[in-house]
Design a protein around this ligand. Sequence first.
Ligand SMILES: [Zn+2]
Length: 244
Amino acid sequence: MTEVITQMPVFKTPPIPMPSVWKVCHYNHHTFFQFDMKKGEIQDYHHQRNILVGEDFIVALLKGLEHEVGESAGWLLYTIGYNWGKADAIEFDKWFYEFYHLTLQTANLHFALETWWWPLTAQGWGTWKVDLTSLKEGFIFVDLFDSAVAKTLGYVGKPVCHLYAGLIAGFFSAVFDKNLSGTEVQCYAMGNDFCRFLVGSEKRIRATEFWLSSGATVADIEARFASQEIAADLELLVSGDYNE
Ligand SMILES: [Zn+2]
C-alpha cells in the first residue's frame, strides 16, 4: 500500500534583509559566553546555562554508562541525544524567531540549519556539513568534523558518536515533523578522517545498521539506496524554493 505523503509547508527564502553571519555568529568564547563570576555561572549567547568540561568528563560519562547498562550504553547515549535534539529544536525555534522573525517552516532550510549548528560549533561540538540532495528519497547525510567524543577516545575501531547520531536525528525529526532515526556510518574512531551520519526512516536505518554489521561501506549503502533496494518510504521536502 502506498503511504500518503503529508506535505510540509514550503520553505521560503527570507524576504527580509539579513545581517551578515559575521555579525550574528559568535565563535569567540568571550562573545559567545557570558561569565558570571559572582554566581559561578556561564550562560551562552541564547541564555542557556553551560558548563565547561574536559576530555576526562567524556571518558567518565561513557565508562560510567557502560558500567551501569553494559552494551546498551550506546543506545542510551543515542536516546539522550535524540531528546536533546528535539528539545533544542523547540529552543531554537524561539531564538530563531527572536533574531530573524523566521521559523523552521518559513526559513530557507540551509540557512535555518546553519543557524542552528553554529552555537554547537562555538561550544566545541565540532563543525558539520549537511547533504540535503536526497531529501526527496527520504534520507540525509551529515558529516561531522572534530567530534568531541571521537577525538577524545581516538581509534577504537567502532563508531562512538551515538550522542551526535541521536542529536541530529532528534533535531531533524522536529524539523520535518516525522519520527526519523539516525546512525553513524563512519567514524573518526574507526580511522576515518571525519564522522558521517545517516538520517532517515527507522526501517532504512535498521537496514543500514544490518549492512554495516555485515561489512558494508558508506559507498555500498549509498549504492543500495540509489538502486531502491529499500523503497523510499517518506519524502522530506516539497519546497519549490529549495536550492542546493
Ligand atoms: Zn564519530
